[in-house]
Design a protein around this ligand. Structure first.
Ligand code: AMP
Length: 395
């Protein structure tokens, strides 16, 4: 796997696909610069080598040129993060861009306008990708968040660089982390899968059954399994058309020697609301009219033991409706158990939308070994797919 360290960028222009798709407020101020900060090590390495960088990204989902999605809004924040002047060009291809890039000196940083102002970007247009490729000597992909898309700047462009292409530090770290969990793992390996639906996690479950020793299944998915096994789930969320699938998963897990752990008790509520009446009940005997919205204390005790005994931990999806304070406890405690296990030396990877939001919200981000930056891309990797953006660098 080629990374930045295999190249010396002295007097080279690197064209870097970054993910600067950052949130903006109504006055176009960047409200969270995490993604810009995440690309800084890659940019710094190239500049410190004596190279220059051309940054390209998308922002939002514009339909053609829409001012509100212009990357000009993030120039000031990028300058602040990098501690350097950033020259913005109001297009990503064309004469003006070519002239600006031709005038670049070592140490310069140029930011191109939103790639998605050209429909060719998302279409993966080869001619458009070739035009972008002309701007740099070396292509660096550091945008994990879009690595599952075969867009011009994330994938197609790579073919114009033969061996002059590599992953940036951020993307390399994502690949390394997932490898540590799925391929090169230290056993015992525990995966915790939560969230609302079995149907959205089934491909992940099937892919990782071969790679883990324990699988904790929580969140709304619990109840499809519990019902399939004959339990009474009251009004809890359930996919009735997935009952056979749930049994099938349990059977497969058994054959492969994977231990599946479902909650044994839950916090049940009489309505789906933060101020609902609640009671802790046996997961198999949820009263009519009540619904399970979080894992209960006995379940958490069991999960804690498993997690503290694990050497590798993957967490995807909350254990309950963590957006409501009354049902966040299971997810918070789970995060704390993983943090404790990580401190004891386990490798922990948190990936995929809601669990990432949860660890950030509960201040546990720094206590995990790695928190993935790409929602959809991470889910596809967990499903065992080869991401086009990664394959294009390796080809
Ligand atoms: P997903 O997008 O599939 O990862 O699901 C995340 C969502 O699952 C979150 O918004 C949670 O509120 C929701 N969730 C977790 N546990 C439950 C539950 N017991 N009942 C209903 N929704 C749940």
């Amino acid at each position: 796997m080629k990374t930045l360290n295999d190249f010396n960028f002295n007097n080279k222009k690197a064209i870097i696909r970054v993910d600067f798709n950052v949130p903006l407020d109504e006055n176009f101020n960047v409200t969270d610069a995490t993604r810009i900060e995440a690309a800084k090590p890659t940019i710094d390495k190239i500049l410190n080598d004596g190279g220059s960088v051309i940054l390209m990204s998308h922002l939002g989902r514009p339909k053609g040129v829409e001012e509100k999605y212009s990357l000009k809004h993030i120039v000031a924040k990028t300058e602040e993060v990098l501690g350097k002047k950033v020259t913005f060009v109001d297009d990503c291809i064309g004469d003006k861009v070519a002239a600006t890039v031709a005038a670049m000196q070592a140490g310069d940083v140029v930011l191109l306008e939103n790639l998605r102002f050209h429909a060719e970007e998302e279409k993966g247009d080869v001619a458009f990708a070739e035009k972008l490729s002309k701007l740099g000597d070396i292509y660096v992909n550091d945008a994990f968040g879009t690595a599952h898309r075969a867009h011009a700047s994330t994938t197609i462009i790579a073919q114009f660089f033969s061996d002059k292409k590599c992953f940036g530090y951020l993307l390399a770290k994502e690949i390394e982390s997932i490898n540590k969990v799925l391929n090169d793992s230290v056993k015992p390996v525990t995966a915790i899968l939560g969230g609302s639906k079995v149907s959205s996690k089934i491909t992940i479950i099937e892919n990782i059954l071969d790679k883990v020793n324990h699988m904790i299944i929580g969140g709304g998915m619990t109840f499809t399994f519990v019902k399939a096994l004959g339990g009474k789930i009251g009004n809890s969320i359930c996919e009735d058309d997935k009952l056979d699938l749930a049994i099938e998963i349990l059977k497969k897990a058994k054959e492969k020697g994977v231990q599946i752990h479902l909650p044994i008790d839950v916090v049940a509520a009489d309505t789906f609301a933060n101020d609902a009446n609640t009671q802790v009940v046996d997961v198999n005997h949820i009263p009519d009219g009540w619904q399970g919205l979080d894992a209960g204390p006995k379940s958490l005790e069991i999960f804690k033991r498993i997690i503290l005994d694990s050497k590798t931990i993957l967490w995807n999806g909350p254990l309950g409706v963590f957006e409501m304070e009354s049902f966040a406890k299971g997810t918070i405690q789970l995060g704390e158990f993983i943090a404790e296990s990580t401190e004891k030396g386990a490798f922990s990877l948190v990936g995929g939308g809601d669990s990432v939001a949860a660890v950030k919200q509960f201040g546990l981000e720094d206590k995990m070994s790695y928190v993935s930056t790409g929602g959809g891309a991470m889910l596809e990797m967990l499903e065992g797919k080869t991401l086009p953006g990664i394959a294009a660098i390796l080809e």
